[in-house]
Design a protein around this ligand. Structure first.
Ligand code: PEP
Ligand code: MG
Length: 989
């Protein structure tokens, strides 16, 4: 943003006439290195088009678009003419604010100047100023505009009580940069006031940087002990000015309109319109602003003129606002107000007319739209990506901007589903949906079209659910089906239909705002729900616009796509799709989860270059290492084929021996157990050879319920896993939410760095009653069966003690109750441990070890925090390799500390199933490897190929390397050498 400095101001200038003043302005820009002398012509040419006099004795000369070439650097000079200069339009100018702008940065200056224009006596003060400071103080006296726009309004928040709405509203304001943490704290400590009609207000001055209002509505009206709740407003008060008053007035207009009871059903845009003062009966018209430099002075003047003409011709002066609500609603006939909106190219202007004569209203609106479309006196170009009168959800991937990878090159990516595949590729694009934004057929007709489109989409989904392979996929597709049946979505679309939009436009705007609300709630997991919503939305658009969704070739292929929605995966014919490559996405995306559940080798986050690969080019997908080889050479292909054949052979042999223990050649046993997210899968894990469960991610049990599962529900679910384990141990990690795993019903304030914020045990300790219920359920479900309680994200001994105290308390209560009932104590088999996934916990493991029975190393997070790479980062996560020597050293320290105190150590992160890492981990002294069920037979087989001496040598060599690449290549050579002296098991068979 441009700002004015002391040296930009030239005081006490004198000019003979306006041309002289303009020449001096040009000289000042040239002298300041902002423009070449040619810019002078631009200033003159611009003035010849129309006067740049703004008001209050200020003119703002600037060049024409053609003269931009003469601009060297964007900048401003201010010249004061105390005697005044007669401008060519008859006005008297005391201050020339001349602008050299390369693009539309000058709009910021213009906008702040329009605020100056609203003040009394400005021209006199500017003329009589004797210091640059006085001028700057006058011009730059920052009036921070109050904020109320689409970013501060949130509709349909799934809250269960008033506090959750307050938190969501405060979090919105913090996200919008208007308030800091202190405001959030103050919000929670302040009792909201009932304004009437179920609207509640809570306000504070604490930690406010910009006065702002957020309004949050629940999904449906809440009846609470406080009374009815239709909306909660959080008001960030202006510290010294009264800027917030206008916000309060806006809030109170809701009461005047009497819309309180209807608030929960309103869409964001409808609520915003009401708040901005648009009456519910106003007629609206929207149009995209195409002017290259936005609504700067000249087109703004034309727009104002058009509004005044409408006033004369039709008796209506329309109002104007930006679609997103910034700047409020203003009269289209007020130049300063229109300029104050700072509208930029591509933004949508919404005109409204509220006269008694509907025809006159419409005529006035049509005139405004026509004037904007005609360019407001400038020639305008359509937006590059604008489709005729349409707003479609997806642009074609920008594959044409990025070159395809060269033949025989290897593209690094993130391994998402293990295995290797070789096949020609098929690059799938998301289809474009073309449709009219508005419809003359009437809201009823469009609503019927939409309802029938939704019905057809539901039938399609039902068919996919029936055909779905695997429970996870069926679950996701059923969730899609449920989303389609959501009456709120239809109600939101219905509202746009009433405003004259087509079924497609209304549907997409409902989907888009619901998806945005999801994205804004928290982080990755919910963001992925937003992708699900859009996926569902596209399916309906496909039906409505009769646009076929892409269909795959008949022959075996590797599917390459930008990102893939779950329903696209569901349509894949698994007999033909040999591998999957996506340009975007991290390993936690649904596409990755589905690929894993289908057993398709997959890599994600391969970058845009893969989209430029020609259809039919051969690819090798290495889902283990996260690589794609493009058009491989004959030798690379032969190596891959050999690896695939070897892998298949190994898998078959490993399956045969999966029930046998994993004992190295020299008799050292390592336990191999399963990672589970779903208690129902414990039986399958046992069937695959698991000797227990090494990590039950209990947060998935919580995520599967619309609200926190109660004691009985949890006890039953944990019991299900314990029954299937039949005496094998269950390591249950207590709730690990926050960071990338938010719980919809446990709203968290948005954090700049959620991975470094309130997550894991830190979060659980803020709600000890939730943790306590979980621990109780686990202990009750286990009875005398082996249960291991493990706390996530522990950073040091203090956190362990706080969590452990809860376990001890619950345990002694249960024991006492049992003894009272049965007359004898229950012999429990309980162990307590912590995850080592924060470097500080590994570094202080020696102090934690005496107070635990075990450690389990979460290499996913430990790697993230050690290497400072977000584990879900679309491009960097490929480098987040757990075989980094720094991570290995932390594991070494952990094992040493544990063993010194008689505790055991497991590894439950992805590293435990990395073929190259198994030997290193065993060599470091790890006692247990916890891996996904599918990997169990292979990991066991891998352990049996080792002997302890060899494993220790691998660990020693790995620890001595400087980087993970070096670790991997050193291990490659070592394993090669060992293979020659000890051929692999299946090769012996
Ligand atoms: C880990 O961080 O390695 C781990 C196993 O926990 P999660 O992946 O669930 O965070
Ligand atoms: Mg973790």
């Amino acid at each position: 943003m441009l700002s004015l400095a002391h040296e930009d101001v030239l005081l006490a200038a004198h000019a003979n006439d306006w041309r002289d003043a303009l020449n001096q302005a040009a000289d000042a820009l040239v002298a300041g290195g902002r423009a070449t002398p040619a810019y002078r012509e631009g200033l003159l040419a611009r003035e010849a088009q129309s006067s740049t006099y703004l008001g209050q004795g200020i003119a703002i000369p600037h060049g024409t678009p053609d003269s931009r070439e003469a601009v060297l650097a964007t900048g401003v000079r201010v010249l004061q003419f105390p005697q005044g200069v007669e401008w060519h339009d008859g006005n008297r100018v005391f201050l020339v604010v001349t602008i050299a702008a390369q693009s539309d940065e000058h709009l910021d200056i213009l906008r702040s100047l329009t605020r100056v224009l609203d003040r009394e006596g400005v021209s006199e003060r500017l003329a009589s100023a004797t210091t640059a400071e006085q001028i700057l103080a006058e011009l730059g006296r920052e009036v921070i505009p109050p904020r109320l726009d689409a970013d501060t309004v949130l509709c349909g928040f799934p809250a269960r009580d008033r506090d959750e709405l307050v938190l969501a509203g405060a979090a919105r304001l913090r996200q919008a940069g208007c308030v800091g943490d202190g405001f959030l704290t103050a919000m929670l400590q302040t009792e909201p006031n009932a304004l009437g009609q179920g609207i509640w207000l809570v306000q504070s001055r604490q930690d406010v940087s910009q006065p702002a209002l957020s309004v949050v509505t629940p999904e449906k009206a809440l009846d609470t002990r406080h009374g009815r709740i239709n909306a909660v407003a959080c008001l960030a008060l202006d510290a010294d000015g009264g800027q917030h008053r206008v916000l309060l007035e806006r809030l109170l207009t809701l009461l005047e309109d009497g819309v309180g009871e209807r608030l929960p059903g309103l869409s964001t845009s409808a609520l915003l319109a009401r708040l901005l003062g648009e009456s519910s009966t106003a007629q609206l018209a929207s149009v995209t602003l195409l002017n290259a430099h936005g609504l700067h002075a000249r087109p703004a003047k034309q727009l104002v003129q058009a509004a005044r003409d409408a006033g004369e011709s039709f008796g209506i002066i329309p109002s104007l606002r930006l679609e997103q609500g910034e700047g409020g609603i203003v009269s289209a006939a007020s130049l300063t107000k229109v300029l104050g909106l700072g509208a930029r190219r591509g933004q949508t202007l919404v005109f409204s007319a509220n006269g008694e004569d509907a025809r006159a209203n419409q005529a006035a609106l049509d005139a405004m739209v026509a004037a904007v479309k005609a360019g407001l006196g400038e020639s305008v170009e359509p937006l590059m990506d604008q489709r005729p009168e349409a707003s479609a959800p997806d642009a074609q991937p920008a594959s044409d901007k990025v070159a395809a990878p060269e033949a025989d090159s290897v593209v690094p990516a993130v391994g998402a589903s293990p295995g290797m595949a070789i096949a020609p590729c098929w690059v799938m694009y998301q289809p474009r949906f073309l449709y009219e934004a508005r419809s003359d057929a009437g809201a009823e007709h469009e609503a019927q079209r939409l309802a029938s489109g939704i019905q057809t989409a539901r039938e399609q989904l039902q068919e996919l659910v029936n055909r779905a392979e695997g429970a996870e996929m069926a679950e996701i597709l059923s969730m899609h089906e449920e989303m389609l049946g959501d009456p709120e979505l239809f109600a939101a679309a219905r509202e746009s239909l009433e405003e004259g939009h087509s079924a497609e436009a209304a549907w997409w705007s409902a989907i888009d705002s619901a998806a945005r609300a999801q994205e804004n709630l928290a982080d990755r997991l919910l963001a992925e729900r937003a992708a699900d919503l859009r996926d569902v939305g596209r399916r309906v658009l496909g039906v409505l616009t009769d646009t076929p969704l892409p269909s795959a070739p008949e022959t075996p292929h590797v599917l390459v796509t930008e990102d893939i929605g779950p329903s696209d995966v569901a349509r894949l014919d698994t007999s033909r799709v040999r591998g999957l490559v996506t340009a975007l996405g991290g390993a936690t995306s649904h596409s990755a989860i589905l690929a894993r559940s289908l057993g398709i080798p997959a890599v994600v986050g391969a970058g845009p270059s893969v989209l430029a690969i020609a259809d039919g080019s051969e690819l090798i997908v290495d889902g283990e290492r996260g690589r794609v080889s493009v058009m491989p050479s004959a030798s690379r292909r032969a190596r891959a084929e050999e690896a695939i054949a070897g892998h298949e052979q190994r898998q078959a042999a490993a399956w045969e021996t999966r029930m046998a223990p994993a004992i190295t050649r020299d008799g050292h046993q390592v336990e191999v157990v399963a990672n589970l997210g779903n208690t129902a899968h414990a039986g399958d894990a046992v069937e695959r050879g698991a000797e227990g469960v090494g990590l039950l991610r209990t947060e998935f049990v919580f995520m599967a319920h619309p609200q926190a599962p109660d004691l009985a529900t949890q006890t039953a679910q944990y019991g299900e896993a314990l029954d299937a384990l039949d005496g094998r141990p269950l390591v249950a990690r207590t709730l690990d939410v926050g960071g990338d795993k938010p719980l919809p019903y446990w709203p968290l304030p948005r954090e700049d760095n959620p991975f470094l914020g309130l997550r894991g045990i830190r979060l659980a300790l803020t709600r000890p009653e939730v943790l306590e219920t979980q621990v109780r359920a686990l202990l009750m479900a286990a009875g005398s069966r082996p249960i291991r309680l493990m706390f996530p994200m522990v950073k040091d001994l203090a956190e362990l003690r706080a969590a452990r105290a809860i376990v001890e308390r619950v345990r002694s209560e249960l024991d006492a109750a049992h003894e009272a009932e049965h007359g004898q104590p229950l012999m429990r088999d309980v162990q307590v441990g912590v995850m080592i996934e924060i470097p500080s916990a590994a570094l202080t493991a020696a102090s934690i070890a005496p107070e635990v029975d075990f450690f389990s190393v979460g290499t996913n997070d430990l790697t993230q925090y050690t290497l400072a790479i977000d584990r879900g980062h679309a491009t960097l996560s490929a480098q987040a390799d757990g075989l980094h020597p720094a991570v290995l050293r932390l594991i070494e320290m952990t094992v040493a500390a544990a063993h010194a105190h008689g505790a055991w150590v497991g590894v439950c992160g992805e590293l435990a199933s990395d073929d190259q890492a198994v030997g290193v981990l065993v060599g470091l002294g790890v006692d247990e490897l916890s891996v996904s069920s599918r990997q169990i037979p292979l990991v066991k087989a891998r352990v049996r190929e080792l002997d302890l001496t060899m494993a220790r040598e691998q660990a020693r060599v790995a620890l001595a390397q400087p980087t993970s690449e070096d670790v991997r290549s050193a291990l490659d050579s070592l394993i090669e050498q060992n293979a020659q002296s000890h051929p692999r098991q299946e090769e012996q068979v």
